[in-house]
Design a protein around this ligand. Structure first.
Ligand SMILES: Nc1nc2c(c(=O)[nH]1)N[C@H]1C(S)=C(S)[C@@H](COP(=O)(O)O)O[C@H]1N2
Ligand SMILES: [Mo]
Length: 401
C-alpha cells in the first residue's frame, strides 16, 4: 500500500496545480488561502514523502532542503521512470546478460558473480535528470514539470563496466554498448527504455555497474539489484534494474536514442557522441555547470536576521568546481562562497557564505558556479525543445524584517 501523506505548501497558479488542488479538496484537505502553488507530498513504499509529479509511472522529486547533506539519503532520493510496469526483481532469478554482435563470448552473471568476480570500487557522483528544472522554462516546455529536485548525490559501489565487458571479450568492430532494464510499458507497443553509450564512455574507468548506494543495497525505486552509474553524464543513461548489455557494431536505433533525449548540436558545451549525431542534433551527454541555493526560498521572509547563512551545492560534468560566487544585490556585486569538502570531481560540492545585511528590506540573492574548465552559468537557460540542461543563475528574493 502506498502511504499517502499530502500537504499543501502554497496554493494554486498553473492548471496542473489546480488539478492537484481539486484532488486535495476531494480528499477532504483544506487549502491554505493566499498562497500560490500546490505541492503534493506523497511517500512511495520505503521512501519518505517526496514531491509527487506523476504516480504512474512514478516520478517524485526531492525537496531542496534535503540537499543540505553531502549525500542524499536513499529514502529521500528522487525517483524517475518512463514506464509504469516496474518488476520487483527476484534476486535468485536475476541475471545480467551480456551479448551483442561485437562480443566474443556471450554470458550471464548473477549478483553473487558480479560482486565476487570483479574488483569493487566506490565513487561519489551526482545523479541528475536531464530535465531537472524543466518546469522553470519559459515559455513552457512539455514533459514532466520538474522543479529543482530531480537530482541526488550518492556514494555508488559496484564494479567497472569495462572489467565485465573484458571478460566476455570485445570485438574490434565494437561501436556502442546498449543498456536495458527490467521495466516496461503497459502497452506492448511502447518502446522499452533502452539506451546506448559510445564504447569509450562504456570503457571509462568511472563507469560502473553499481549494486550499492550510500553503503546499502540499491533501493527498489533506484534500480535494485544493479544499475549503471555514468559519472558526469545526465542520469538518462543510468539504467536501473539493469538486465542486458549488448556490445554492438552499429549505432543503436531505438526510440530513446534516435528520438528522445536529444539536444540541438553546438548549442551546449557538452561532449560528443558521434555515432548518434546528425547534422543538427545529438544525444544529451555531459552535465553542464550548475548550482543551487538549498536553504532559502524565493519569497521567504526572515526575521531578526543579523547574519544569514546562504548555502547550497554546485556541480559540473567532472572538471570540478573552481568557485561559487554569490550576489545579495541582484547581480551588482559578487562575493566568493567557501567551498566545503571535496568528495571527488563527480560529486556535487557544497558551499556556504555568511551574509550580514546592513538593514531590513528585500534582497535579491544569486548564485553562480564556475568549473575548472572555465565554464560558468548564464543568466538565462539555453533554449532547447525538450527543456534540458536548465542551468540559469538562480535569482531569488528574500525579505528581511
Ligand atoms: N530502467 C530504467 N532506468 C532508468 C530510467 C527508466 O525509466 N528506467 N530513467 C532514467 C532517468 S531519465 C533518470 S533521471 C534516472 C533517475 O534515477 P533515480 O530514479 O534512481 O533517481 O534513472 C534513469 N534510469
Ligand atoms: Mo531523467
Amino acid at each position: 500500500m502506498v502511504d499517502r501523506r499530502h500537504f499543501i505548501k502554497k496554493s494554486a497558479g498553473s492548471l496542473a496545480a489546480l488539478g492537484g488542488l481539486a484532488l486535495l479538496q476531494r480528499s477532504g484537505l483544506t487549502v491554505a488561502t493566499g498562497a500560490e502553488e500546490a505541492t503534493l507530498m506523497d511517500a512511495l513504499p520505503g521512501k519518505e514523502a517526496l514531491i509527487k509529479k506523476t504516480f504512474r509511472p512514478p516520478n517524485y522529486e526531492t525537496p531542496i532542503n534535503y540537499f543540505d547533506a553531502p549525500f542524499t539519503p536513499n529514502n529521500r532520493f528522487f525517483v524517475r521512470y518512463h514506464h509504469a510496469v516496474i518488476p520487483d526483481v527476484n534476486i535468485n532469478e536475476w541475471r545480467l546478460r551480456i551479448g551483442g554482435d561485437a562480443i566474443h563470448t556471450p554470458m550471464e552473471l548473477n549478483l553473487e558473480q558480479l560482486r565476487k568476480d570483479f574488483k569493487q570500487v566506490e565513487i561519489a557522483a551526482l545523479c541528475l535528470c536531464s530535465g531537472n528544472r524543466r518546469g522553470l522554462f519559459q515559455p513552457h516546455v512539455p514533459g514532466v514539470q520538474w522543479g529543482s529536485g530531480a537530482m541526488g548525490n550518492a556514494l555508488w559501489r559496484g564494479v567497472r563496466l569495462k572489467d565485465v565487458l573484458a571478460r566476455a571479450g570485445i570485438d574490434k568492430s565494437a561501436l556502442e554498448v546498449s543498456l536495458a532494464g527490467a521495466d516496461s510499458g503497459v502497452l506492448p507497443t511502447t518502446p522499452n527504455f533502452v539506451k546506448s553509450l559510445p564504447l569509450t564512455k562504456a570503457l571509462d574507468e568511472n563507469t560502473l555497474i553499481a549494486f550499492e548506494m550510500n553503503g546499502e543495497p540499491l533501493p527498489h525505486w533506484n534500480g535494485f539489484p544493479a544499475r549503471l552509474v555514468i559519472p558526469g553524464w545526465t542520469a538518462t543513461y543510468w539504467i536501473k534494474h539493469l538486465n542486458a548489455l549488448n556490445v554492438i557494431s552499429k549505432p543503436f536505433d531505438g526510440f530513446w536514442m534516435k528520438s528522445a533525449y536529444r539536444i540541438p548540436k553546438d548549442r551546449f558545451p557538452s561532449g560528443q557522441f558521434s555515432s548518434q549525431e546528425t547534422e543538427t542534433a545529438m544525444p544529451i551527454t555531459e552535465m553542464v555547470v550548475n548550482s543551487l541555493i538549498t536553504n532559502l526560498e524565493d519569497g521567504q521572509t526572515l526575521s531578526n536576521s543579523k547574519s544569514i547563512e546562504i548555502k547550497g551545492v554546485a556541480w559540473d560534468s567532472g572538471n570540478g568546481i573552481a568557485r561559487v560566487e554569490i550576489s545579495t544585490d541582484g547581480g551588482s556585486n559578487w562575493q566568493q562562497a567557501t567551498l566545503k569538502q571535496d568528495y571527488g570531481r563527480f560529486s556535487w560540492r557544497q558551499w556556504q557564505l555568511d551574509f550580514e545585511p546592513k538593514h531590513p528590506g528585500a534582497y535579491r540573492i544569486m548564485a553562480r558556479a564556475t568549473s575548472h574548465s572555465g565554464e560558468s552559468q548564464g543568466l538565462e537557460p539555453i533554449p532547447n525543445p525538450s527543456g534540458y540542461h536548465h542551468n540559469a543563475v538562480q535569482n531569488i528574493t528574500i525579505q528581511l524584517v
